[in-house]
Write a protein that binds this ligand. Structure first.
Ligand SMILES: [Zn+2]
Ligand SMILES: [Zn+2]
Length: 294
């Protein structure tokens, strides 16, 4: 006698097993492809005079460190890097409130949301933040000030905040915005990137004394657009970069970059790349090392 129900159950089981095997295969294929793609991407966006660095972790979390000036160029550059349907940047960091770093966030926040907004502790002292405050409240629901010791997690990429120390680091009465730049060391496995905003040499030397060999990084963003007042010998001797990205606009009114700073950067033996000459500069980093990907 046929046990019809049992046969159907058996066929169902076979189908189920086939489906499961197929799902496992797809999952394995995706994981394998994910492994291949398992890189951190770093792009120094060519936004003219200023800084704007987009870091994308292997899991897809995006962080924008600075956004250049308020002239709209950040939106053109982001449009080249991000799919059209993206309307949110996970983490936005304003390194310090000068126009050529924070100004472009006025454009960014008119087009994108920032899931998390991070800045320093001197924003009330500058004009650009008066314009930004409303936009931050509307389009960046979570906000925090970060100081030395803070950590930012982008999946398996970590950003350690090395500077500023906080209120005690302010020079009395005079607020030097560059000296309060947020410094990040961003690490993925043993690959790393050091971003120091416009930090001047005095504060760089403090970092060198405080962190020593922990500053070693594959990629270094030249301090203050290659100004002679940044990228000092002491810091560079600890960072030992393989690549340096210098972010500045051609024929800018500040005369960036200076020959002295460029000579110091070249003497590290690193490959030097400049946004004013090359446009946006792309790097990819595996857990072991970083490569130019232009
Ligand atoms: Zn600057
Ligand atoms: Zn500055």
């Amino acid at each position: 006698m046929f046990h019809f129900g049992k046969i159907i159950r058996k066929v169902g089981l076979v189908r189920l097993m086939t489906l499961l095997a197929f799902i496992v295969f797809i999952f394995a294929a995706v994981s394998w492809w994910g492994g291949i793609r398992g890189v951190m991407k770093i792009t120094f966006l060519d936004i003219g005079q200023g800084d704007a660095v987009l870091v994308t972790a292997p899991g897809g979390v995006r962080m924008l460190y600075d956004a250049g000036q308020k002239d709209g160029s950040i939106l053109s550059r982001l449009g080249e890097e991000l799919p059209w349907y993206v309307d949110t940047i996970d983490i936005c960091v304003a390194s310090h409130p000068d126009d050529d770093h924070a100004g472009g966030f006025i454009n960014v926040l008119s087009r994108y949301h920032c899931r998390i907004w991070l800045d320093g502790h001197i924003n009330n002292h500058t004009g650009v933040f008066h314009e930004l405050e409303d936009l931050i409240q509307k389009h960046a629901p979570k906000r925090a000030s970060i100081l030395r010791g803070s950590e930012i997690y982008l999946g398996d990429v970590y950003a350690h905040v090395l500077h500023p120390k906080g209120k005690e680091s302010l020079a009395w009465r005079s607020i030097v915005t560059n000296a309060e730049s947020i410094v990040l060391k961003i690490s993925y496995g043993s690959s790393s990137l050091l971003l120091s905003g416009d930090l001047p040499i005095d504060q760089e030397n403090e970092l060198a004394r405080g962190y020593g060999t922990n500053l070693e990084s594959d990629i270094f963003k030249a301090g203050h657009h290659g100004s002679k007042t940044s990228s000092g010998a002491s810091l560079l001797s600890h960072v030992k970069p393989s690549f340096v990205a210098v972010s500045y606009g051609s024929r800018n009114r500040y005369g960036h970059p200076s020959r002295e700073a460029m000579d110091r950067l070249k003497s590290t033996g690193a490959e030097i790349h400049e946004t004013a000459r090359e446009g946006s500069i792309h790097f990819v980093c595996t857990r072991e090392r970083c490569f130019l990907d232009n």
